[in-house]
Design a protein around this ligand. Structure first.
Ligand code: HEM
Length: 181
């Protein structure tokens, strides 16, 4: 799958992905539904349980060196072996958004090692980050991950590691939608 720059995650009765679980992590949950479709463009529909929209954007925090390092190991989406996926919508607090760019980068990487500590999970985990805040959506980010069933426990380790960081003190809503195909 070539990932679209504008995407709608539509959860209802149709779609490639079977919804295994909808786990509330922080803040309000999302309703459970049977299947999830990843649709190109910003689609509205009254037949889905919920739909979340996002857009790929330019990178805000990644340095040139980090970009090069990521580029050399990060896999494409849509690998045949990636029968598991996770959609993790996240909203950060007003306190986060009131910080200046350099303060956010310091928390994101210098204190929390978001990139350097997550890199070792590549290429097992394929990822894509969508931005939603500017669209007036309920979440600021829609994070999408694909991996093989054998790597599911490693993905859970990654989640536990990130959720213990200083960065995650600014996360006020997070839901983990676990998917299989
Ligand atoms: C698989 C390993 C991962 C790698 C290599 C990775 C890497 C990155 C990078 C490079 C960025 C910065 C993009 C930019 O410069 O704007 C980023 C942002 C982000 N990542 Fe990750 N990430 C990983 C896993 C995760 C996971 C598991 C989550 C969610 C539980 C997550 C949530 C986010 C969020 C919400 C942002 C946006 C932060 C912001 O702009 O405030 N990441 N990630």
């Amino acid at each position: 799958m070539a990932a679209p720059s504008q995407v709608t995650f539509a959860c209802g009765v149709d779609g490639l992905w079977h919804v295994e679980a909808v786990e509330r992590v922080t803040g309000a949950a999302l309703p459970l539904a049977g299947r999830l479709a990843v649709l190109e463009g910003h689609v509205t529909s009254d037949v889905v349980a919920w739909a979340l929209r996002g857009t790929t954007g330019h990178q805000r925090y990644t340095t040139r060196a980090e970009k090069g390092a990521l580029g050399s190991v990060q896999p494409v989406l849509g690998r045949a072996a990636s029968r598991c996926a996770s959609l993790i919508p996240i909203r950060k607090s007003d306190a986060w958004w009131e910080l200046a760019q350099d303060e956010r980068r310091a928390i994101f990487e210098d204190a929390s090692h978001h990139i350097s500590a997550s890199m070792k999970y590549l290429p097992a985990i394929a990822r894509r980050l969508y931005h939603s805040r500017e669209l007036g959506e309920p979440f600021d980010f829609l994070t999408w991950f694909e991996y093989a069933p054998d790597d599911a426990s490693h993905f859970d380790d990654l989640l536990a590691m990130l959720r213990a960081t200083e960065e995650w003190r600014y996360v006020e809503r997070e839901v983990h939608v676990r998917l299989q195909r």
